[in-house]
Design a protein around this ligand. Sequence first.
Ligand SMILES: [Zn+2]
Length: 139
Amino acid sequence: MNCVEFEIQLAKLKSGANPGVEFLEHKSQCPKCMELASRADELYHFIADDAKKTVSPFLSTRIMAELDKKALEVHISIQKAWQIAAVSLALIAGFNLALFMDYRQSPTDADSVLSEYFFAGNAGMEIENNWLKLSTDEE
Ligand SMILES: [Zn+2]
């Protein structure tokens, strides 16, 4: 038996089955195949031990609870996003309304009349003219 045949035989080997004389002979002569066989044994033992372990009967309940919690978190974050969007829209609407109101009030707004007056470039002249006009009107 060569190494390739050994590996094929090892892969086909069922737990507890007799591998045959040639297989055991090659295993005792070839260090590489001995290592391979012992690793396969370790793996089979690990799988067998793991299969024996009992799973908590509440495991599925715990998994489902965890999944529900995650779903709830997503739901809450979507709710928060909607709340933020609603507040943002309200703020934008309020701001636009304030601008609209300001625009409507602007002709009578004292501040805008004053700023228009002082940014006109000839503020001093107008004051003088108005004063002159007033003083001439009084006469
Ligand atoms: Zn070998």
